[in-house]
Design a protein around this ligand. Structure first.
Ligand SMILES: Cc1ncc(COP(=O)(O)O)c(C=O)c1O
Length: 395
């Protein structure tokens, strides 16, 4: 082999090795198989069929007309940071000052920014899964290793083995990531476990990254518990959140994170080199969502709960499906099918035979290939039709 051929792998496409090693396979690439086909019921993505309420769009239009169209504050406009700070208090949670809040261009952007602030090539990040894979993806982008600590499925739901988590941490561990309520499990990690994770992270000098994107979609509750209520201001804790789910704003790309006050300037610097700030008029829409959106959030919670009941009732009647305890939060059913080994192949087969789009368990972490995920945030009529079609292939 001459020196030219040794140089070839990079010369060919010029990409970093870490980037090349990341699989292009995700829900979007799977969903390409059915895009544009009106007969497909798409239950693969984590979003519903309701748009954001009109008052949010009107607030955005007002902001555009008022000339809110220029470069803006890196941590977010003061009005939105103040609204988010008030929101914490209005929910009866511990006060969080605006200096601890950075507005981001989505929950995903908050994840990418957080990972870039704390990890580099050769480090590792522990991911409690099954979970939405994108924090892991953001870690791989910087060349960090993703270490899976899988929850176990017991009769009463998913449980986390703290010993397993403790032994996964080593000198190169930079963070532990979990989502509660979870996607795809809908599981809520008990607060005593979350506090134990925080204590462990404190002792090891590791960051704790908590994803509370579904925390307003806890059935029968106004909101789930938050680790912020048990943490000190300067704990190495980042809690990320998003307008996507509870306010039905997936396409608006708006989120926020709560971080130690001392991280604010670094988060501003990171924003500068990523998006240079979230569009001002979108942030004004966020102010309206926070200040006037509570009735809508309550209706989203009821919508998801109703959808969950329809889906679970149907799944429980299919002989080959194992669902376990019904999820108490979120917008997903996550279940196994007897005899199924390859969840991606199963999704394609189900798509072809029933025209219903599901997401493969394999996307949510190692050990979940026997599972399928179905989004329950759809109108009752659509879900009933989907479940009738699925009965043909899953019974
Ligand atoms: C657990 C979890 N966190 C974060 C997100 C990101 O939301 P977004 O980037 O739309 O704000 C999602 C989206 O599905 C999610 O399921």
């Amino acid at each position: 082999m001459d020196s030219n051929s040794l140089a070839l792998p990079d010369a060919r496409d010029g990409l970093r090795y870490a980037i090349r090693a990341i699989s292009l396979e995700n829900i979007s690439s799977l969903a390409k198989n059915g895009l544009g086909d009106p007969n497909i019921i798409p239950l693969w993505f984590g979003e519903g069929d309701r748009p954001a309420p009109a008052f949010i769009g009107e607030a955005m239009m007002r902001a555009v007309r008022a000339g809110e169209v220029f470069y803006t504050h890196q941590n977010g406009i003061p009005q939105l940071r103040a609204a988010l700070s008030d929101y914490q208090t209005a929910l009866g949670l511990r006060a969080i000052g605006p200096e601890r809040i950075t507005v981001t261009a989505s929950g995903m952007n908050a994840m990418a920014m957080t990972v870039q602030m704390i990890a580099q090539a050769g480090d590792n990040i522990i991911v409690v899964d099954p979970v939405w894979p994108n924090l892991g993806g953001a870690a791989k982008v910087v060349g960090a290793q993703v270490r899976s600590v899988r929850m176990d499925l017991a009769a009463d739901g998913w449980t986390l083995d703290l010993d397993k988590l403790t032994s996964a941490i080593d000198d190169r561990t930079r963070a532990v990531f979990f989502a509660s309520p979870g996607n795809p499990t809908g599981a809520m990690i008990p607060m005593e476990n979350q506090i134990a994770m925080l204590t462990l992270c404190r002792a090891r000098g590791v960051w704790l990254i908590a994803d509370e994107v579904y925390n307003r979609l806890v059935f029968g509750m106004d909101h789930g518990p938050t680790i912020l209520d048990h943490a000190d201001e300067e704990d190495r804790l980042v809690v990320m959140n998003s307008f996507s789910k509870s306010w039905a704003m997936t396409g608006w790309r708006l989120g926020w994170m709560v971080h130690p006050p001392s991280l604010g300037p670094t988060a501003a610097m990171m924003t500068q080199y990523q998006t240079s700030g979230v569009a001002t008029f979108i942030q004004h829409a966020g102010v309206a969502a926070i200040r006037e959106g509570e009735p809508f959030v309550a209706s989203m919670r009821a919508y998801c709960e109703q959808g969950m009941a329809i889906v679970c009732e149907a799944l429980e009647g299919y002989g080959r499906v194992r669902l376990g305890a019904r999820p108490k939060a979120g917008m997903y059913a996550f279940f196994t099918v007897d005899g199924m080994r390859d969840s991606r192949a199963a999704c394609l087969d189900i798509l072809n035979r029933s025209r219903v789009g599901l997401a493969p368990g394999s996307f949510f972490g190692p050990g979940s290939d026997g599972f399928l995920r179905l989004c329950t945030c759809r109108s009752p009529d659509v879900l009933r039709e989907a479940m009738t079609r699925l009965e043909e292939v899953l019974r």
